[in-house]
Design a protein around this ligand. Structure first.
Ligand code: SAM
Length: 224
């Protein structure tokens, strides 16, 4: 009886350790991929930006400042500078080489979502395809709790099951890793500090990922 319990505890500790170690490795692979990127990789159809803008623009009316966490080369921010009345734009990312490509009308700085360094406050914070590079719920919770904004807009891929992919990608020509959480889990994490007010699929099926994950758009307001 005692031995069985000890074996169970031992196996549980090993499984937890393997899971934690796996997530640390995935984080390293993602970091290595993005910090060595010279150009922003082409993900899917160019029409996707049109659908992203159509959903986002009405939600930005009346706001004056916007910060994008994980802005890459600023492709989406650039569109927002041209199509909104927002006066102040900030963009941050882990990749210095991608940030170097962001337009000079956007204030940029290096930031790692795993660090707890303070972010500037902004009316709206955007996490546009960056949340999937945080591999632990606890790190997501900590980051969400630290955000100083009125509104948070997220685009992220979700799957039916929580899973991490880590492999050599032929399309991207490098080792790549990303986490696909379930929509339910993400909404649960968000609900601690935010009120979710809109959840929508980002794209029509024909321009979705051929690998099966679906991109979701989520609008939340900060709880007071
Ligand atoms: C799929 S790209 C999205 C870029 C941009 N948001 C867009 O829509 O064009 C993901 C971005 O997240 C950034 N990223 C990945 N891990 C990060 C981390 N730990 N901290 C900050 N940014 C990170 C990458 O460098 C990359 O620019």
């Amino acid at each position: 009886m005692g031995t069985g319990r000890h074996q169970f505890i031992g196996e549980t500790i090993v499984l937890v350790w393997i899971s934690c170690y796996g997530r640390v490795m995935s984080r390293q692979v993602a970091k290595e991929f993005w910090t060595s990127c010279r150009d922003y990789p082409a993900f899917g159809s160019k029409q996707r930006r049109f659908y992203e803008l159509m959903w986002t623009l009405p939600k930005l009316e009346g706001f004056n400042s916007l910060l994008e966490i994980g802005c890459g080369s600023g492709e989406f921010l650039d569109l927002l500078t041209k199509t909104t009345d927002i006066e102040k734009f900030f963009g941050c990312d882990i990749s210095e080489s991608l940030l170097a490509k962001v337009g000079s009308n956007i204030e940029t700085f290096v930031f790692d979502m795993y660090d707890s360094s303070e972010l500037p406050s902004a009316d709206v914070i955007l996490m546009w395809a960056s949340l999937q590079y945080i591999f632990e719920d606890s790190v997501i919770e900590k980051l969400l709790a630290s955000l100083k904004c009125k509104k948070l807009l997220i685009r992220t891929p979700c799957e039916k099951e929580d899973l991490i992919i880590e492999k050599f990608s032929k399309e991207l020509g490098a080792n790549y890793s990303s986490r696909y959480m379930t929509l339910d889990n993400l909404l649960k994490l968000l609900s601690k500090d935010f009120t979710v007010i809109d959840v929508a699929r980002a794209y029509p099926e024909r321009i979705e990922s051929k690998f099966g994950s679906k991109q979701w758009l989520i609008e939340c307001t900060k709880k007071v």
